[in-house]
Write a protein that binds this ligand. Structure first.
Ligand code: MTE
Ligand code: HPA
Ligand code: MOS
Length: 782
């Protein structure tokens, strides 16, 4: 026997199998989804005696628990048990970086809705009845909601971090134009269709099975084991698919799994926890809002000489992933621009909100937004179109970022130029100007957004993927990896990779659920890297099996194994059909006692990052693109339409075109929503007001433009991704930011904007305030 995951992995230039594409491929779940037959956690038939959970959440954002009496709850009909922090047998503190979050509040509550008591009952209704029967006396304390206020009070989760390149302070004197201002950047609700949920089922010998809607099964396994004081091997976590995660379930699915597991373990009965929409919205963290101060200096030709930015991150109540997110904010603070002198200061500030967390882009968008504001403001001051200024400053080949990484394989300019030609930036400029000169109350605006997004977990150790491939004696295949299917299509990609590796149709291949008993120590499905990491691991596993099968075939044909290949499920020798089928060769291989299963392990080579010095080569490569968005503002009413979004995107050589297109359009839509209509409103006491889909508006088909034109770079194979592909999950989100500046430009041509603080999202309400800055608006109702 040999070790199934011997180190080394694939080389940087791993060759993709040379198999021609089959018929049009699609997302492997699409038929089941359309028929409503795909299973999510609570579609699995309920085991007999399953209990249901509900929470007593903190009624205040910051409070001191003076008295808690759960005796009436215990007596409520249907209620089986009531749990507080003291019932936790193991460690009741959770957190992916530091364990600072109690599973149930202890004495102090630090956000509105924070779970204090967990009740399980025969029905959901009885559990909720039990919650209402709890008697809680709580002293309300002052909630801090603004990161600047938290910083002033010294309430920070980590010391201030500073990234520096060149000499920022010396550079100002060489600048012709210096602009400074601030940004109030809003958060974002994940709005996955499937809210957080988990089911825990007791097994023999204190073992436990947890079915959970999580992006990180190993994190769930680890925390459940720690909460229950069990070794990790007694906890099995199984995830078939999620109804969306978007980063919201990278870390924050864990809590609900721990609650379910706690009751299950102590009562030895199956327990399910399902958050309803309002609870999910108020009890879980969101994209981090930021407050930012910037200063930018340019020479007479418009070249940026110096950029200084300070990020106050609104981290919420606990660390969660905040410092890793803030790090990516820092890495992406100059977006796609070459700047000789840069200073980026960043601090995670503790506030009395649910702990903010990962969300598509992982802090990157928050890093990019202020540099885009700065360039836009500078362009207005200098009097040239913003896109010209962006173009002048695009980072060229071998540009070295402030964290030390060189832009080696730079396709940024290529994307920009192809977009500029295909979508006519010049012509758009004159068409929009002409429209605006002809129309008094309707104004158009457009903006361009270049993207240069680093691919890899910035915590280098997380960049590892595993795959387990089984070929059964009937020739059918199953693949299990560490990748979580959350709609993004990783299962389909894995099937496609197996299909092309083996030379067999996708219909012979099944993608299994992700399970901690099949794959250990799984990195979260995040950082857009899931297909890269697990896909390369799958290639390695498939190649191991194929090698064995070739040997078997070569022996029977009396030739060298290199002469053997498989196409369309037929075994070929020197490219000619032999008459031996895939299935027959599988059978021969089995009878020859050669393995038909293999494990592949992959880690990208040559990545490293010193988090203390802020220097290294954190990214395996970058994904590039450029997008132009046009908008029209109704200047009497403040409402607007996003008219078109057109973009050129570097996908490498895509794996499944329809899946990739779905990712690009979905990311774009989510980015547009973030900067336009998605507004989180909290009362001044820290209670979420926008806690339903009627008060928190996400872009729908009506809001999004009909005119979305996505072009992929051609002849752009990426030697670092499986089958020549590039990561696609997060980068398109960034394109959405162009919608903000498109609307802003339209407003500006009606009524020049002279605000020092730029507020995002640009809701119709904000738009109206910018159109009519001198109107006396009534106090906001909270
Ligand atoms: N697409 C769908 N349909 N659902 C999701 O939850 N999450 C996004 C993106 N696209 C998401 C999605 C986020 S935040 C990330 S990091 C990537 O998918 C994760 O998957 P990948 O690594 O396979 O790209
Ligand atoms: N992206 C997404 N998730 C992460 C990262 C990252 O860079 N680092 C840790 N978790
Ligand atoms: Mo995505 S924010 O890395 O889950």
């Amino acid at each position: 026997m040999k070790h199934c995951d011997s180190a080394g992995g694939a080389s940087d230039n791993m060759k993709s199998p040379d198999v021609t594409r089959g018929p049009a491929m699609k997302h492997c779940d699409s038929t089941l989804h359309v028929k409503g037959q795909s299973n999510y956690v609570d579609d699995i038939p309920a085991p007999a005696g399953m209990l249901h959970g509900a929470f007593l959440g903190s009624p205040v954002a910051h409070g001191f628990i003076k008295k808690l009496d759960t005796s009436a709850a215990t007596k409520t009909p249907g209620v089986v048990s009531v749990f507080t922090y003291d019932d936790i047998p193991g460690d009741g503190m959770l957190g992916p970086i530091i364990s600072d979050e109690p599973l149930l509040a202890i004495e102090e509550t630090t956000f509105h809705g924070q779970p204090i008591v967990f009740i399980v009952a025969e029905t959901v209704e009885a559990a909720r009845e039990g919650v209402r029967a709890c008697e809680l006396e709580i002293e309300e304390l002052h909630p801090v909601l603004c990161p600047r206020e938290a910083f002033k009070k010294g309430d920070i989760l980590q010391e201030l971090r500073v990234f520096e390149k060149g000499r920022v302070d010396d550079a100002w004197k060489n600048c012709e134009h210096i602009i400074s201002g601030s940004v109030d950047l809003g958060g974002q609700e994940h709005m996955y269709l499937e809210t957080n949920r988990s089911r825990a089922i007791p097994r023999e010998d204190n073992q436990i099975l947890v079915c959970c809607s999580t992006q990180s099964p190993s994190a769930v396994q680890k925390e459940v084991a720690s909460v229950l004081d069990l070794p990790m091997h007694k906890v099995e976590v199984d995830v078939k698919r999620l109804g969306g995660g978007f980063g919201g379930k990278e870390d924050q699915a864990t809590h609900w799994a721990c609650h379910a597991a706690l009751a299950c373990h102590l009562l030895k009965r199956p327990v399910q926890v399902v958050l309803n929409r309002a609870d999910d919205m108020r009890m879980t963290g969101k994209r981090h809002p930021y407050k930012q101060d910037y200063k930018i200096g340019l020479d007479a030709k418009g070249k940026i000489l110096s950029y200084d930015v300070f990020h106050y991150q609104n981290s919420g109540a606990f660390m969660d992933l905040s410092n890793a997110i803030l790090e990516r904010t820092c890495l992406h603070s100059t977006n796609a621009y070459a700047i000789p002198n840069v200073r980026i200061s960043a601090v995670p500030c503790r506030t009395h909100l649910p702990s903010n967390t990962a969300f598509r882009g992982f802090g990157g968008p928050q890093g990019m937004f202020p540099i885009e504001v700065a360039i836009d403001e500078a362009a207005k001051k200098i009097g040239i179109p913003t896109w010209r200024l962006q173009e002048i400053n695009l980072a060229g080949k071998n540009y070295v970022f402030h964290y030390g990484q060189k832009l080696e394989d730079n396709r940024l300019k290529r994307c920009w130029d192809e977009a500029a030609i295909a979508f006519n930036f010049e012509e758009t400029q004159s068409r929009v100007e002409h429209f605006n000169s002809e129309n008094r109350f309707k104004k158009k605006g457009f903006a361009v957004m270049p993207v240069c997004f680093g691919i890899s977990f910035t915590k280098t150790f997380l960049n590892q993927g595993s795959s387990l491939v089984h070929v059964y004696t009937d020739g059918s295949v199953s693949v299990t990896t560490g990748g979580i299917e959350m709609g993004q299509g990783v299962s389909s990609n894995m099937i496609e990779i197996c299909s092309r590796s083996f030379g067999i149709p996708a219909s012979l291949i099944k993608s299994n659920s992700t399970n901690t008993s099949r794959i250990a120590n799984i990195s979260p499905s995040a950082a857009s890297a899931t297909t890269d990491l697990n896909g390369n691991a799958t290639l390695i596993a498939c190649n191991k099996i194929i090698d064995g099968m070739r040997e078997v075939a070569a022996k029977s044909f009396g030739c060298d194994p290199s002469a053997i290949s498989i196409e369309n499920a037929e075994v070929l020798k020197d490219g000619r059909i032999t008459g031996l089928s895939w299935r027959e060769l599988v059978s021969k291989t089995y009878l020859s006692r050669v393995p038909l299963m293999a494990h592949g392990f992959y880690t990208p080579p040559n990545i490293h990052f010193d988090g203390v010095k802020g220097q290294g080569r954190p990214f395996h490569y970058y994904t590039y693109g450029a997008c132009i968005i046009e908008a029209t503002v109704d200047c009497l009413r403040g409402v607007y339409t996003i008219d078109s979004a057109r973009l050129t995107h570097d996908l490498g050589r895509g794996i499944i075109p329809s899946v990739d297109l779905g990712q690009v359009e979905g990311g774009l839509a989510q980015g547009v929503g973030w900067v336009t209509i998605e507004e989180l409103k909290f009362s001044d006491k820290g209670r979420l007001l926008s806690n339903t889909v009627s008060t928190y508006k996400c872009p729908d088909g009506d809001f999004l433009p009909d005119d979305i034109d996505v072009r992929f770079l051609e002849n752009a194979d990426n030697p670092r991704g499986p089958l020549g592909s590039k990561a696609v999950g997060e980068p398109p989100f960034m394109y959405g930011m162009a919608a903000f500046f498109a609307v802003k430009n339209a407003i500006h041509s009606y009524s020049p904007i002279e605000k020092k603080e730029i507020k995002c999202p640009l809701t119709p309400e904000q738009t109206l305030k910018l159109l009519y800055p001198n109107f006396a608006y009534s106090e906001e109702v909270t």
